[in-house]
Design a binder for this molecule. Sequence first.
Ligand code: ADP
Ligand code: MG
Length: 629
Amino acid sequence: MSQQGTINVAVENIFPLIKKFLYSDHEIFLRELISNATDATLKLKHLARIGEASVELGDQKIEIKINKEAKTLHIIDQGLGMTEDEVQKYINEVAFSGAEEFLEKYKDTAQDSGIIGHFGLGFYSAFMVADKVEILTKSFKDEPAVHWTCDGSPNYTIEPADKKEFGTEIILHISEDETEFLEESRIRELLTKYNKFMPVPIKFGTRTETLPKPEDAKEDDPAPTQEVDDIINNPTPAWTKQPADLEDKDYKDFYRELYPMQFEEPLFNIHLNVDYPFNLTGILYFPKMTQDLNVQKDRIQLYQNQVFVTDNVEGIVPEFLTMLRGVIDSPDIPLNVSRSYLQADGAVKKISSYITRKVADKLKSLFNDDRKAFEEKWNDIKIVIEYGMLSEEKFFEKADKFTLYPTVDNEYFIWDELMDKIKPAQTDKDDKTVILYASNKDEQHSYITAAKAKGYEVLLLDSPIVSHLMQKLETSKENITFARVDADHVDNLIKKDEDQISKLSDEEKESLKEIVTTTIADSNYTVQVEAMSSDATPFMITQPEFMRRMKEMQATGGGGMMGFGNMPDMYNLVVNANHELVQEIFNTKTAKKKERLIKQSVDLAKLSQGLLKGEALTEFVNRSYELIK
Ligand code: ADP
Ligand code: MG
């Protein structure tokens, strides 16, 4: 529901505006306040290190507390704190003008879904959930502590306080309609969502830890316990470390930490680490893929300086890699813009192509380092690679060095090896190299056997988008063509040095064609009488490569091919004029017997393609019993 009007971002009405604009994403206030607490903690650490703050740091942590009676939520840090002047400046002026600027800038686009959640409104987002906010802060500098209070009107009060330790406590008086943020479970959920990997330990309550039993304890004695801080985050997640300091197990452990509900181990990982010309770290994992492309999206999590931002990385990570899992952390990804703008952003483009390159390099080194292991994983990763080859030209070029083409006998070739193997033996009449393939070893068994008997290589290409990939290869590689083993008889697909001499004359072939056509009386079948070798099958049903592939591509979403889906399946019935049985049929005098032989043969050909069904199948079975009686 959008309303028209001019938004006057004056101080008096900023609070209602914040509430209104940020309606759907109230929960981000906690992320913002914890980010501020983290900044303050890390800043003090830095100052101490360079000798500009002489304080005893200890184990700095951030604490989140709920006080149900008082209806308050507390965010407490041991960071650098603020003096009174600093509260004036950073809270009353900076944070305020930040909020004002934000609303001014995004008043038109703020309703655009997804933007708000990706843009920190900073400290003032506290007013989305609280009708009164207090700051209790003491600077690490030797100055009195300050108590700032603001009830949501533009008026605030500042007074001295007696806080002893440096650091800041933010107290939110949660408003009536936001009481969910006083629930332990809700806060815990938010902490795990946004702060699981933030760099400063975050304490949320305590938990009971079981200690080892003392040596002299009796068997029935309960193990001693103690209350310890419940730290909800891992401040040093694997991606923030150097690859050299990590072992395979660390990567696997981190995967488990990221996806506690995933029981399957990842196949391998890619550690991303770059600081120029943009900053990006992360770990990507290749999970075992299923054939379904859609179920696996939105698994990569995007962070900025260890703060969770989103798990929708569309536009940032190349489309084909959204099937992967893992983490990307980059402060350089602009999030306060719409998705379409993101894709046009120069920095984001660089990030995206860097990731693509890293993934390609990793795949290549996996292939080079242990080809056998790579081959074993091929089935689980091919869909990502094939998808990448189709959608990213750069990836397509690199992929030649590691994309595998498996044969029906589980031999794996890369492109150049495949070419060496089949050239020049497998050539069609246009002198193109024919790559024979099967999509299903069982269904196309007889065709595969026939092709192998001739010494040809038959690939097994069975992923759902492979027809698109073949199309792509046919247009970018020179002089090659793909043909499924049942697209035609191999003798027609692949040119022979010498043509078979036909045992039937052209006239005889023509008349045989007519007899067969009238006998089967089915307009979906085109009869073709060919002179092939006498040991080839007498009758064979094939489906033209072009037609079948167009249909497949349309089914998996290839543009510009409308219409093919509605066409009936068209087949060729190839009759081998040189086969003994065909000769016999042709020479049979009685019309009845001739018809019966043709029907029986064609049904056998259909049967081997799985095309004989229903009544036709019943008739065939009955007829067969009659014949052997
Ligand atoms: P930002 O974090 O983008 O600077 P915020 O509105 O979140 O904007 O915060 C405004 C400023 O208030 C911060 O830059 C910081 O100087 C100060 N500030 C906020 N929270 C704290 C804190 N917990 N400790 C110290 N200073 C803080
Ligand atoms: Mg902030």
